[in-house]
Design a protein around this ligand. Structure first.
Ligand code: 4AD
Ligand code: MG
Length: 461
């Protein structure tokens, strides 16, 4: 018999047929003459109840029939008399596939804390929360690809190992095969010509620069891959390894980019709600009771658009006691971002035209010579979810900006070539995938929305 997923059984409209189901037992109630097993296979949030009695039960080693063990069940799907489920399985055969000693299986019936579950990242996918997380991440990733594919974007794969620092922020992980105990030296400093790539190499912080190459050849592209940041920030919004979605669009300015970001986000939110109603209802019930209503209202209203200068003026007028100073020229901190999007405006905000000093070298210089065509999309609870800009397509302006930033022009010769040969207006942004999932689910900590979080001092699994 073909194995059925529990999700298939629960949406099926009728009962009375024979099925084979496999999964892990969540709980057992055994009265001696009849046992009720709650079995979950991760295909959906709901468990299927399996009723075992008579010979089928007496043939089992009932001490092994406990939380965490894996089972294979055959039987008839029948309408359930108990409340909470439409169908159950009346077992004609049960086999214990793998036991789980109840004296030391870490996941017991009670609700565990998220902190405890982080230490058992190999078992937490078996909880309701992380099963739901896995399905929501999956649906969100699918919605992202679907959106771009429908809109004529090509998916490109940019390198994970790179020699250039895309953000100029200097928080990169070095990639090396040199023996750390015995580094070859030349003139007292490490001789990187002996290293694998013959020069310094790093894990990428962004696929943007390479995406720009393709945008300036095939027009509309996107990347969706892991990115790495060695910043030592132990916050609930930062990971050392996270996934970024980066569309890059030729013949597009900052306004067009903001339109794209808004339409794209609304679409992804709507798709996930549509595909994962039970999981989203679960997060809404247990983690943040405003999640669904917030998403619905975002889908149905326009994002606010303000300039950085407007934002500074609003913050100054707010009379709010902020920890960090508010001054034209200083970067917005997460407390400022949250004030704007949560308190002041009450919906997503696109902040544009930041001072050039606080933004990356590649952002297009505005007429005022002081600001650049940058945009950050801020959402309630999270703050910045998207960072992007129109790119500087003018060769001379770009080289000036690089010089100001103290960068080696020679190392970016290929990036500059694009401004020499058929340069065009273009723009792109980066969406933090985990921050998006965090926002959609209402989870407090970014470590609980990625299967295996990488943070300072944490790379166990
Ligand atoms: O604003 P960022 O640094 O922008 C870039 O890297 C651009 N090159 C993107 C582009 O224009 N193609 O990062 C983009 C987004 C942020 O808005 C945030 O959502 C997420 O990536 N992000 C992080 N997410 C988790 N942990 C971190 N340490 C993150 N740093 C950035
Ligand atoms: Mg940013």
């Amino acid at each position: 018999m073909r194995r059925s997923k529990i999700s298939e059984l629960l949406i099926s409209a009728d009962a009375g047929y024979e099925v084979l189901v496999c999964g892990w037992i969540r709980t057992v109630r055994n009265s001696g003459s009849v046992a009720f097993l709650q079995v979950n296979d991760g295909s959906c949030l709901a468990d299927i109840q399996v009723v075992v009695e008579g010979d089928v039960l007496s043939l089992l080693e009932t001490t092994e029939l406990c939380t965490g063990c894996s089972v294979k069940v055959e039987g008839a799907v029948v309408e359930s008399l108990g409340k909470g489920q439409k169908y159950e399985i009346k077992a004609s055969y049960v086999e214990i596939l793998g036991t789980a000693d109840s004296n030391d299986y870490p996941l017991q019936k009670k609700r565990h804390t998220l902190e405890f579950l982080r230490d058992i990242a190999h078992l937490r996918p078996r909880t309701n929360t992380f099963g739901a997380m896995s399905r929501v991440r999956n649906a969100a990733a699918f919605a992202i690809h679907t959106y771009f594919q429908k809109h004529g974007f090509q998916y490109i794969q940019t390198p994970m190992i790179t020699a250039s620092d895309a953000e100029g922020a200097g928080s990169m992980f070095r990639v090396t095969t040199l023996d750390l105990a015995n580094v070859p030296k030349k003139g007292g400093v490490p001789d990187l010509s002996e290293d694998f790539f013959g020069k310094s190499a790093y894990l990428t912080v962004s696929g943007q620069l390479e995406a720009e190459i393709f945008a300036q050849a095939v027009s509309d592209v996107y990347t969706f891959g892991p990115t790495f940041r060695a910043e030592n920030s132990n916050t609930s919004r930062h990971l050392a390894e996270f996934w970024m979605v980066e569309p890059e669009v030729a013949f597009c300015d900052l306004n067009g980019l903001a339109d794209l970001a808004e339409d794209f986000l609304k679409n992804v939110f709507a798709e996930v709600i549509d595909r994962c109603p039970d999981d989203m209802a679960f997060f809404n019930q247990w983690y943040d009771k405003t999640t669904l209503s917030t998403l619905e209202s975002i889908i149905n209203s326009d994002f606010e658009r303000i300039t950085y200068s407007d934002a500074i003026a609003m913050l100054k007028r707010s009379e709010q006691a902020f920890e960090y100073p508010v001054e034209w020229g200083l970067d917005l901190q997460s407390e400022h971002e949250r004030y704007l999007t949560e308190t002041k405006i009450g919906k997503p905000v696109v902040v544009t035209d930041y001072p050039k000093e606080i933004k990356a070298f590649y952002m297009r210089l505005n007429e005022d010579d002081k600001t650049v065509a940058a945009m950050d999309v801020l959402v309630p609870r999270i703050g910045e979810i998207i960072g992007g800009s129109q790119r500087e397509e003018r060769y001379d302006v770009l080289t000036d900006r690089m010089r100001e930033a103290g960068m080696e022009e020679a190392e970016y010769w290929w990036y500059l070539d694009l401004r020499k040969y058929g340069s065009v207006e273009h723009a792109g942004f980066g969406l933090g995938f985990e921050r998006t999932v965090q926002f959609m689910t209402g989870m407090q900590n970014i470590r609980d929305v990625i299967p295996f979080p990488r943070t300072p001092n944490n790379a166990e699994f």
